[in-house]
Ligand binder design. Structure first.
Ligand code: Q9C
Ligand code: ZN
Length: 341
């Protein structure tokens, strides 16, 4: 299958992540995508292409202009305010406060952030924009008749809501790609999120819609980031009622159990009758992932790819998380090779 990739992902290269009360080197780092692309080339998975440029319109079909304006200008405003480090929010509109954007950049960061681990830096916007174009190009390939494509997105996207960034995500690549397909003739799209973390952003974006089915397998939010969304009781609202399915799982979950969740997801997707499937492909379900608690082994990712292929749908894979950097190439490409059979 074809991979869409750009070296522009390297523009996202923060020095800091707030973790355990310390500023550490970010888990979400450029070497992640470099390991994946190296493995794709080694294994001869298929062509590797640069993304096309679809401009801002398909991004604005998901994210409001005030949010993209914020992401584009935040770093300059942060520097102008005289701060020395990377831009990290520290104040939020917490319970019983007002939902009104402050003037000062220090407050505005909290207004637009979900969480504090994701530092904004000088060229973050350029990388996020390029990552969305990678996803859009993959979606376009499916529109042109390809049966599958791999969008090697970095930075990832599934935690980003229409108007909030965080969890290493800025623009919701999978949502932008799904909406692009819907805007160009698809009637229904299913998004299956197999990243370890709940895809809160994608869920939130499509929560009241019936043209997107969103299903997520993830660490129980009682125990895992993003903590405040992803419970089994969340099933959609209004027209979207019944079009969200969450399958939270506890610490130590093994592939045998996880695969039962995958089977449930795939049978619901078959019932839904989508024109295309978008897989939010995180491999942080791996047993040696440094920030997650599932126990999938490398060979389990091959089986996962096989199970996904049995759904027999045009499938766009969009890269999300995975932080065991040495194994991320093997694990991600195993899914794609399992899919190709
Ligand atoms: N103590 C993705 O995989 N930090 N994002 C968790 C745990 C945020 C993960 C803190 C993890 C975000 C795309
Ligand atoms: Zn994740």
């Amino acid at each position: 299958m074809e991979t869409i990739y750009t070296a522009k992902h390297k523009l996202r290269d923060a020095r800091t992540e707030l973790f355990g009360g310390q500023l550490v080197a970010p888990f979400e780092r450029p070497s992640r995508a470099e390991h994946v692309i190296a493995r794709i080339r080694e294994e001869g998975l298929g062509a590797v292409s640069d993304p096309d440029d679809f401009g801002m319109d398909p991004i604005h079909a998901i994210h409001p202009q005030h949010f993209t304006d914020f992401l584009r200008t935040a770093w300059g405003r942060w520097k102008e305010a005289g701060f020395e480090g990377e831009a990290i929010p520290t104040s939020w509109p917490a319970r019983r406060m007002v939902d009104r954007p402050p003037r000062h950049i220090d407050g505005l960061l909290g207004y637009y952030a979900l969480s504090a681990e994701t530092s904004l830096t000088e060229s973050t916007w350029d990388a996020a924009y390029a990552s969305a174009q990678v996803a859009l190009t993959g979606a376009e390939r499916l529109q042109e008749g390809a049966s599958a494509a791999f969008a090697l997105c970095r930075p990832p996207g599934h935690h980003a809501t229409a108007d909030m960034y965080g969890g290493f995500c800025f623009l919701n690549n999978a949502a932008i790609a799904a909406q692009h397909m819907l805007s160009h003739g698809a009637c229904r799209v299913a998004i299956l999120d197999i990243d370890f973390h709940h895809g809160n952003g994608t869920q939130d974006i499509f929560y009241d819609r019936d043209d997107v089915l969103f299903i997520s397998l993830h660490g129980d939010p009682l125990d895992a980031y993003p903590y405040f969304l992803g419970h089994a009781e969340e099933t959609g609202m209004g027209a979207g009622q019944g079009h969200t399915l969450n399958l939270p799982m506890p610490p130590g979950t093994t592939f045998a159990v996880w695969r039962e969740g995958l089977a449930r997801a795939l049978s619901k997707i078959a019932e839904y009758g989508a024109d295309a499937l978008v897989v939010s492909l995180g491999v942080d379900t791996f047993e040696n992932d440094p920030i997650s608690f599932f126990k999938l082994r490398s060979e389990d990712f091959l089986t996962t790819g096989q199970d996904l292929a049995a759904a027999n749908m045009p499938t766009l894979f969009a890269m999300e998380g995975g932080y065991a950097v040495e194994e991320i190439g093997i694990n991600a490409v195993n899914v794609l090779q399992g899919f190709e059979g």
